[in-house]
Design a protein around this ligand. Structure first.
Ligand SMILES: Cc1cc2nc3c(=O)[nH]c(=O)nc-3n(C[C@H](O)[C@H](O)[C@H](O)COP(=O)(O)O)c2cc1C
Length: 395
């Protein structure tokens, strides 16, 4: 088990971030008692130098634990996951800035050092495919989680996703009930998420917005009576104390911030993450630029941003009359839905009854279509399968 802060550093890879940015975030995490997520670029010496807690993220490229052909390597995973700084492991399914797209580290950012860490060839574009090769169905994914849990000597294993079709997540819930295997945490990334490089149409338009996705994931886990076993982490434009409170009230147990932490590092939003010319040295591999990022100074800023934000969150919490974030729920937040109407979150996102999704017919009507589409043995919706079947039969 691992006890995490309410606010942490969201996944950002060494490769998209500079060495000094990674060092400063890690030192900030160590000073402030929160974790740093490595991002899918792998665990690097810079994540381990300053003693901050680490969540090691594994994406579809399996960087740092891959074979030459890009498939998952058990031995390399076991070795790294057992490092004492690695507190949890996160399997990345997708992220809000580019769900279903995969990723690319451009050749000009793929230095010999990065190539060595990732297990790839320097100077070449590095591809993270859109899907995993270690599993292709919800049941297989849960078996993979169980395998990683064993290989890492029981460390918490979670998944990160941006919600797309609701039946995909309900299929995972059905698979959890079927196998009895559950992830320890689920990181829900809103469609509004950012990244170093993503196609504009994806970052602007694809993926469920955080609030709606979070409420749905929380409801689905309650509906399948799985919520007690799984922590929910929220990310997506969470920068202020109130945004933390809002997400905790809606269903999250804790939050991650990527761009908030980048701003604490000195990011001026020059929109040049993908060009290697970041003027503040945050998102570049050019030593002339990143040497200007003072690790000592910026780590203090990162720790201070965390400290002041969490303190302000505690202030707001105390105004609700509570002393623990567990007590926050949907009755604490109001949303203006039109010019005349303000509604409480539990009116906007009605709570579901515990266990009510287990027998499909007991579920609220608005979930029935999605539940019918969901099948533990495939991420594909059942009605698409039916259509494919029909087409194949008519051929
Ligand atoms: C520079 C940068 C690099 C990122 N790299 C990753 C990554 O490797 N893996 C991942 O899951 N998300 C990655 N993200 C997404 C963030 O972890 C986060 O989900 C998203 O930005 C939403 O949080 P925010 O609004 O606080 O930035 C990256 C984001 C940024 C800004």
């Amino acid at each position: 088990p691992y006890s995490a802060s309410i606010l942490n550093v969201s996944a950002m890879s060494f490769g998209s971030l500079s060495k000094n940015a990674v060092l400063a975030l890690n030192k900030g995490a160590s000073l402030g008692g929160f974790y740093q997520n490595t991002g899918e670029g792998g665990l690097t010496p810079y994540h381990l130098e300053n003693g901050g807690d680490i969540v090691w993220q594994i994406g579809t490229g399996y960087f740092g634990c891959r074979n030459k052909d890009g498939s998952f390597n058990e031995l390399a995973f076991t070795e790294k996951s057992c490092h004492p700084a690695v507190k949890m492991i996160e399997i990345k399914l997708s992220q809000g800035a580019k769900p279903g797209h995969g990723g690319i580290l451009p050749g000009h950012k793929n230095s010999p050092e990065i190539a060595e860490i990732r297990g790839v060839t320097a100077g070449e574009d590095v591809i993270s495919p859109p899907t995993h090769s270690a599993f292709s169905t919800p049941v297989e994914m849960l078996n993979f989680i169980e395998k990683l849990r064993g290989l890492s000597e029981g460390k918490p294993i979670g998944i990160k996703l941006a919600l797309g079709r609701k039946s995909e997540f309900l299929a995972v819930c059905k698979a959890m009930r079927q196998t009895g295997i559950t992830p320890d945490f689920i990181t829900v990334d809103g469609g509004e998420g950012g990244t170093g490089a993503a196609p504009l149409e994806y970052s602007n338009s694809i993926g469920f917005p955080l609030r709606e996705a979070l409420a749905f994931i929380d409801d689905a886990l309650v509906g399948f009576d799985l919520r007690d076993k799984i922590k929910i982490i929220a990310s997506g434009k969470i920068i202020t104390a109130f945004q933390i409170v809002k997400n905790l009230s809606l269903g999250a147990d804790l939050c991650n911030s990527a761009r908030g932490m980048m701003l604490a590092l000195g990011c001026v939003q020059s929109l040049s993450c993908n060009t290697n010319t970041c003027p503040t040295g945050v998102a570049t591999q050019d030593p002339k630029l990143y040497k200007g990022l003072d690790v000592e100074n910026k780590s203090n800023r990162v720790a201070m941003f965390h400290h002041k934000t969490v303190k302000a969150m505690v202030d707001i919490l105390s105004s609700t009359g509570h002393s623990s974030t567990d007590k926050l729920n949907r009755t604490h937040i109001f949303r203006r839905v039109d010019q005349q109407t303000v509604m409480r979150y539990d009116e906007v996102f009605p709570l579901v009854e515990r266990g009510s999704f287990i027998n499909q017919d007991d579920a609220p009507k608005c979930y029935q279509l999605h539940l019918k589409e969901a099948c533990a043995s495939t991420f594909k919706p059942a009605n698409t399968l039916a259509e494919v079947n029909k087409e194949t039969q008519s051929v």
